[in-house]
Design a protein around this ligand. Structure first.
Ligand code: NAD
Length: 528
C-alpha cells in the first residue's frame, strides 16, 4: 500500500501507509482548490512584512527551525522510514544531516550570496552612468515535492525561498504527507510568523491547483510526465517554473579505476534508497578489460547487503515506496531477461516480507543501450552493467539518453577524469564519486534534457528564487543625451561615428569623436 486518497464523512483525506508493513501511518485532510488559493493569498499578504526583515532576522528563524529539527531528529528519521520505507540510517544520512547543513549555510550566507552587484558599463561610465543589480524576492513560491527524499528536498527549498525573502506554499507528496506536515510543524515551533509558510496536503490535483493559484514561481521536483504537465499549464499564466525531473545516470569505470572503490560505489549508488534516487547509478559502463573482475566484486558485495525493515539500524536496503514503483522494476527486469541480459543476483520481489514492497537488489550483466531498462528511468534496486572498448565509446554510450541529471567517471587519472566529465551531457558529473552532491547545499543541482531545467541549491539555486532588478543611474544631468531628438545630417554623421568608434569599446577611438560630441552638445543646449 502507498498513499491513497479516501473519502470519509464527505471530506477527502490522504491516508498514508507504511510500504514495509502495509500499516497506516496517518491521515490528513486533502486541501480543496479554494483552500489552496486562500493559502496563497495569505502567503502573499505575509510576504509584505517578511520581505522587509533583514537577512539576519530571517536567518534566525531558519536556525531556530534547525534546532527544532535537531531536537526531533530520531522521531523524524523514524517517520521518514515508516512513511516511505527507507532505512533509518539513510533517513539520517541522506535526509536529515544534509538539510541541517543546508539550513545553516543559507541562514548565514544568503545575504552575501544576494549582495547587490555593481556592473561595468564600459564607455558609458565616462558619461556618468552606473548600473547595479539588486536581487528582489519573487513573491510567493509554490513548492511541489516528491516522496523519495521527503524531508531534505522540500525543506531545503523552503529554507532557500524564505531566506530570499519569499513566502512559500508547499505541496508535499501525498505518499509522504505526514513528513510534509512535519515541515510545517517545525517552522511553527520555531515561531515563524503566520502564513510565511503554508502546507497544503493532497495528491496531484492539489499540486495542479497550486500551479494555477497565482504563485510567482513553481519549484517542482518529480517525474518527467508531471513536469511536462506543469510546464504546459504554467505557460498559460507565464508562471516561471524550475523542473527537477528524472534521471538515467551513467557510471563509467575506466581501465585504470580503483576497482574496489568503484565496485563499492556502484553498489551504494545503485541500491541506496532502494534505488529510488533521481541520481541513482542506473547504468554502469565498464571497460572490457576489467569488466569480469568488477562484476564479480559487485555481485559479491550485493549479495552481502542486509535487506530488512528500515527501522532496524543495520538494514542497508529496505522496502520500496509503493507497489506501483515495484511493478516498474519487475517490468524492466523481465524485459532485460527477454532481451538476453543475465540476472547475476536478485531479480525478484523479496517474499520474506509478505506485507511489504521489497525487491531484491539486482545486478544484471550483458546489458546494452537498446534494452528498456537502459533507456527508461527504473527508480528501483537494479544495476545493469554494460561494457565499452574505449573512452569515446563510453562517452557515446553515456550520452545516448534523453536524460542528463548526474554521471560519474572512475579513473585514477584525475586530469583524464575531468576531460571525460566535460564530454558528458549532465548537470553534475562526478569524478570518483557517485550520487551524493544533492547533499552539498553549496553546489548547484539540476539537469539537462528531460532531467529538467533551472537549478536548486548553491548560488544558482538561490538566483531562481529572486528577480534580478537592474538599477541604472545617470549622474550627468546637465546635458541631454546626444542620441535624443532632434536629428539632422550632422547627427546622422555623429551616429555613424558612434557605430565606427564608440562601439569598439576603445576610449582612444571614441576620443576622436570629441569635436562632433562638443558640436552636438552645443546644438542641443541651444534647442531645448
Ligand atoms: P510525481 O511526478 O508522481 O509527483 C511529484 C509531485 O507532483 C507530487 O507531490 C505529486 O502529488 C505532484 N503532482 C502530481 N501530478 C501533478 C499535477 N498534474 N500538477 C501538479 N502536481 C502534481 O513524482 P514522484 O513519483 O513523487 O517522484 C519520483 C520522480 O521524481 C522520479 O522521476 C525522480 O527521478 C524524480 N526526482 C527528481 C529529483 C531531482 O532533483 N531531479 C529529485 C527527486 C526525485
Amino acid at each position: 500500500m502507498s498513499a491513497t486518497i479516501a473519502t470519509s464523512f464527505g471530506k477527502e483525506e490522504v491516508v498514508s501507509f507504511n510500504p514495509a508493513t502495509g500499516q497506516e501511518v496517518g491521515r490528513v485532510h486533502q486541501a480543496s482548490e479554494r483552500e489552496v488559493k486562500e493559502a496563497v493569498a495569505r502567503a502573499r499578504e505575509a510576504q509584505k512584512e517578511w520581505s522587509k526583515l533583514p537577512f539576519r532576522v530571517r536567518g534566525k528563524y531558519i536556525m531556530r527551525a534547525r534546532e527544532v529539527l535537531l531536537a526531533q531528529m530520531d522521531e523524524t528519521a523514524r517517520l521518514i522510514c515508516d512513511e516511505m520505507g527507507k532505512p533509518v540510517a539513510e533517513a539520517l544520512s541522506a535526509d536529515i544531516a544534509p538539510v541541517l547543513d543546508l539550513m545553516q549555510y543559507f541562514a548565514r550566507k544568503s545575504e552575501r550570496l544576494l549582495r547587490p552587484e555593481k556592473l561595468g558599463v564600459g564607455l558609458y561610465g565616462w558619461l556618468g552612468r552606473s548600473s547595479k543589480i539588486i536581487y528582489t524576492p519573487v513573491g510567493v513560491v509554490g513548492i511541489i515535492s516528491p516522496w523519495n527524499f521527503p524531508l531534505s528536498i522540500p525543506l531545503g527549498e523552503v529554507t532557500m525561498a524564505l531566506m530570499a525573502g519569499n513566502t512559500v506554499v508547499l505541496k508535499p507528496s501525498e505518499v509522504t504527507a505526514m513528513v510534509g506536515l512535519k515541515i510545517g510543524e517545525i517552522f511553527e515551533k520555531a515561531g515563524l510568523p503566520e502564513n510565511v509558510l503554508g502546507v497544503v496536503s493532497g495528491g496531484g490535483s492539489v499540486g495542479a491547483a497550486l500551479v494555477t493559484s497565482g504563485v510567482d514561481k513553481i519549484m517542482f521536483t518529480g517525474s518527467v510526465a508531471t513536469g511536462k504537465k506543469i510546464a504546459a499549464v504554467a505557460a498559460e499564466s507565464l508562471t516561471p517554473v524550475v523542473l527537477e525531473l528524472g534521471g538515467k545516470d551513467p557510471m563509467i569505470v575506466c581501465r585504470d579505476a580503483d576497482l574496489e572503490m568503484a565496485a563499492r560505489a556502484a553498489v551504494w549508488g545503485a541500491f541506496t534508497n532502494s534505488g529510488q534516487a533521481c541520481s541513482s547509478v542506473e547504468r554502469v559502463y565498464v571497460h572490457n578489460s576489467i569488466a569480469q573482475e568488477f562484476t564479480r566484486r559487485v555481485v559479491e558485495k550485493t549479495m552481502e547487503l542486509t535487506q530488512n525493515y528500515g527501522s532496524d539500524a543495520d538494514t542497508e536496503v529496505a522496502s520500496m515506496s509503493s507497489e506501483r514503483q515495484l511493478k516498474i522494476v519487475e517490468d524492466h527486469v523481465e524485459d532485460f531477461k527477454k532481451a538476453g541480459a543475465e540476472i547475476l543476483t536478485g531479480g525478484a520481489r523479496n517474499n520474506v516480507f509478505p506485507d511489504g514492497v521489497f525487491f531484491e537488489p539486482t545486478v544484471i550483466g550483458g546489458a546494452t543501450n537498446e534494452m528498456r531498462g537502459m533507456r527508461e528511468e527504473t527508480f528501483g534496486p537494479t544495476m545493469p552493467i554494460a561494457v565499452f572498448v574505449d573512452e569515446s565509446d563510453a562517452v557515446r554510450l553515456a550520452n545516448d539518453t534523453e536524460f542528463g541529471l548526474t554521471a560519474s567517471v572512475w579513473t585514477k587519472d584525475i586530469a583524464r577524469g575531468r576531460t571525460l566529465a566535460a564530454q558528458i551531457r549532465a548537470g553534475t558529473v562526478m569524478v570518483n564519486e557517485v550520487l551524493y552532491t544533492h547533499g552539498i547545499g553549496q553546489t548547484p543541482w539540476g539537469g539537462f534534457g528531460h532531467s529538467g531545467y533551472g537549478r536548486t541549491h548553491g548560488r544558482l539555486g538561490l538566483m531562481e528564487l529572486v528577480a534580478p532588478q537592474h538599477i541604472h543611474v545617470n549622474r550627468f544631468t546637465i546635458f541631454a543625451d546626444m542620441w535624443w531628438f532632434n536629428y539632422n545630417a550632422d547627427t546622422v554623421e555623429l551616429f555613424r561615428g558612434l557605430a565606427r568608434r564608440f562601439a569598439t569599446g576603445s576610449l582612444f577611438q571614441t576620443a576622436m569623436l570629441l569635436p562632433q560630441f562638443l558640436k552636438r552638445i552645443r546644438e542641443m543646449r541651444r534647442k531645448p
